[in-house]
Ligand binder design. Structure first.
Ligand code: HMG
Ligand code: MG
Length: 299
């Protein structure tokens, strides 16, 4: 049984761009986000309020966010790792934030300079305060399937951190396959385990990177388990600067092609979206890795 509609959580402007070596001008990022909204995407992750030295590409968050003020009907979540990040987001009037935990110790250290538990302790006051401010809080969980240092990640370990994020007050979870090693059977096993741990499926999103070409198959497995929120990145941009083996996210266009083919509504205009990714590829100086973008724009 497949859902009639899927909500796409577009991460191109954040996950997609955070790994780009050459700095993309703030005005180009703002136009990218406007074009994504024009293509019908209703949730467009905008940027991160992290330490500028850790992610230099997103150091312009304070200049970018005000350029999005006219996008009243679009959800514009931002990443915040700590109270300092939340303060920066609050000062700009953000309504939605995301904290980002790790299922493994190695990645918690590499990405947040903390142990798994120390990172959760860092997020706890962030989530509490964000909820007091009536913000929506997403809890990302990285390395849900495999980790470049630790190998395959046991399902119980993932369920444990998911529970911690929900108990802390996160409204929604996003299960990250940060390095793109998941396969559909593993996705099904994790979702079954979360179901047994009484994590409501309507609070789970999936976040697949496409390193091994499995992202679409994994998404379909998740849809069959009742998931209706799927993260994707326009043009397949992306990666994580703190996980070397990570490549781009599932391309939004590839996702939309599959969903529309299945008769699942997304609200996205695929032609406009492909044109946006082709335009962005022009700025980045290389063609989009998305098969659908290439097929539809003759790149
Ligand atoms: P730290 O070095 O341990 O920082 O980094 P600290 O807490 O010790 O603070 C040191 C200094 O940084 C202080 O300044 C703070 O004020 C400042 P000082 O007193 O020395 O002058 N500082 C900040 N400044 C601006 N904004 C802030 C901030 N926080 C502290 N928010 C920290 C810890 C968490 C800050 C750092 O590790 C960090 O910024 N990490 C972010 C890494 C990141 O963004 N990674 C990519 C996103 S995650 C991802 O891509 C995965 C995902 O897509 C899902 C998936 O695919 O799995 C979501
Ligand atoms: Mg990611």
């Amino acid at each position: 049984q497949l859902p009639p509609r899927v909500r796409i959580h577009e991460v191109g402007a954040r996950d997609g761009l955070q790994n780009e070596q050459s700095v993309v001008p703030t005005e180009v990022k703002a136009e990218f986000i406007h074009r994504l909204a024009d293509a019908g995407l209703t949730t467009v992750e905008a940027t991160s309020f992290v330490h500028p030295k850790w992610v230099p590409q997103l150091a312009d968050a304070e200049r970018l966010f005000p350029l999005l003020g006219d996008l009243q009907d679009v959800r514009l979540p931002v990443l915040v790792p700590n109270e300092r990040g939340l303060e920066r987001a609050l000062a700009l009037g953000a309504h939605r934030v995301a904290v980002f935990a790790s299922a493994t110790e190695s990645f918690a250290k590499a990405n947040l300079n903390r142990t798994v538990d120390e990172a959760l302790a860092m997020f706890d006051p962030v989530v509490t305060r964000a909820r007091e401010q009536r913000m929506h809080v997403r809890g990302y969980l990285s390395m849900c399937f495999g980790d470049p240092w630790e190998g395959p990640v046991p399902v119980e370990q993932v369920v444990h951190v998911c529970r911690a994020l929900l108990d802390m007050g996160c409204d929604e979870l996003s299960l990250g396959d940060t390095i793109g090693v998941a396969t559909p059977g593993h996705v099904a096993a994790l979702l079954t385990a979360l179901n047994e741990a009484e994590v409501p499926t309507d609070r789970i999103g999936v976040h697949f990177h496409d390193t091994y070409g499995q992202a679409l198959a994994n998404t379909l497995a998740a849809l069959r388990h009742g998931v209706t929120t799927v993260d994707a990145s326009a043009g397949g941009l992306g990666g994580c600067p703190y996980a070397k083996s990570a490549t781009g996210n599932l391309a939004t266009e590839d996702l939309v092609w599959m969903l529309h083919g299945l008769g699942i509504d997304t609200g996205v205009d695929l032609g406009r979206l492909c044109a946006t990714s082709a335009w962005m590829a022009g700025h980045l100086g290389r063609p989009s890795p998305s098969r659908t973008v290439r097929a539809l724009t003759h790149q």
